[in-house]
Write a protein of this length. Sequence first.
Length: 609
Amino acid sequence: MKFKNIFFVLLGFQTLFFSCRNMNNDSNQLDDERNFLLKEDIKDNKLIIYQLLPRLFGNKQNRNKTWGTIEENGCGKFNDITDTALVQIKKMGFTHVFYTGIIEHATTTNYKKYDIKNDDPDIVKGLAGSPYAIKDYYDVDPDLAVNVRSRMQEFEELVARTHRNNLKVIIDFIPNHVARGYFSDTKPFNVNNLGEKDDKTKSFLPNNNFYYFPGKAFVVPKNSNVPNFHLRGQDDKFYEFPAKATGNDQMNPTPTVNDWYETVKLNYGIDFQHGGEKHFNPIPDTWFKMKDILIYWAKKNVDGFRCDMVEMVPVEFWNWVIPQVHEINKDIIFIAEIYNPKEYKNYITKGKFNFLYDKVGLYDTLKAVIQGRANADEIPLCWQSLQGINSNMLRFIENHDEQRVASRDFASDPKKGIPMMIVTATLNSGPVMLYSGQEVGEQGTGIKGFSGDDGRTTIFDYWGLPEHQKWMNEGKFDGGKLSEDQKKLRSFYSNLLNACRNSEAIRLGKLLDLQHLNKNQPNYDTNTVYTYLRYTRGQKLLVMVNFDIKPKKVNIHIPAGLWVETGLSENKKYVLTDLLSNKKIEEVQFREGVSTFIPPLSGYVFEVK
């Protein structure tokens, strides 16, 4: 969810954020070799996820007019995600596609002739609207259909097409909030709309779906009318009485422009105005409604849900609902967008989530390293702090909320993502995710509309992805318009992800972190170089990366006391072959160490044989 930092401040997590490099660790403890061995039980969980917004992915229009309409800037459709596109996604190494922005959300585009209720532009961010301001949980976004009246059929065909190409489907589930104008016109006949039976004279009742401010009207925040607001039809006449609480836990009728003012907070039985009292017995009405929605989509044959801002929803709900969804399909996975490390284990054990976002740990640390704000020897703190749940953490260097690596706001160069992505993908056995366009250096530049020039690809506006469109090549999906540098970058990602999919040591192996063990070795710069071993009985991989813009010579030693643990021999000679480039180092004896040069902004995944 955009602007999630507001939520963090409200919950008092701002100083807690576990940026791995700020954690207190006993320096003496770091000298103990066991701290560099990750020995937790690991399941074969190496999901490799490609995230895409259909609105952006299939859009061939390259006009990119600021505040452009759907007619001016175009919009991708379900049908643009063809067999040809999916074959190429599969060949790149992916196992899952995360289709973002599927469920119908608020928009300024008029679909009234299709019997779809219009939204008030005063409470829509951008012309396209936020995919996280859900308007109808039982429908798909009409923007994405060639034939609007057949929109659900077109989505179901996309699911079938994805499965036909041996890929699995993940969609968003947004449990915490809905669009302020929520109204389902496609719900089952026996389902009431959210809020339909609420007693609006009460600020809180366990069976109300929303929180209210009796006697007070909602006030559209000042300055929400951004430049060219008149083109969007904004008139400051939106009326909501009584006012409802805003999605990011704003318990007042006057949210600011930086709040999620376009959304309404759902009531799961927590009385925020009386110390957060929990009213879970009897089970609140909202729980049943959200369970029915999850089961509805599970029956559409989706394979997983990426659940938005789960820590804003009580863990007791997830404990109750996930097993019921598993009765429909025991293999459906649940991924939690979560940012409070203190709650990680709670949402895995009690909440029953399969995977959690590792944003405030590894992502934040790698970003700090590549920007020169942290050293590479701070990376081990990330996995050390997550002992027991590393394989439950989903890792990435881009997603729809974050800045593009190639943007000037992040790293200004897509090659700087190479060492970051090697670590992200190979450090542990948990899932790895790549955001559409990352593999060709999408920059996120331009003033799009509601989303300014902030280094992100807009989720609010109709827009095209210029670099991605070069790979799409008018629907051929053959990279015909990519530069040579872009082809090399995409080849790197393909080699890396396929190595992840095919390598036993990455999917199932233990981790031996070599960073501190080589801290005093000559030609080993712990500020910019990071190395580790991933190993099983059947395969051993030596990973080394260089975050510097200059080449680095490295000498790597594995202490003799760890040879038995890793299955290496002090007397044998080995051949090291890089899975990314086929570079070889011959006749290596680990008792003498491994010496090589790592090119700038690069790395190796050496298979040891």
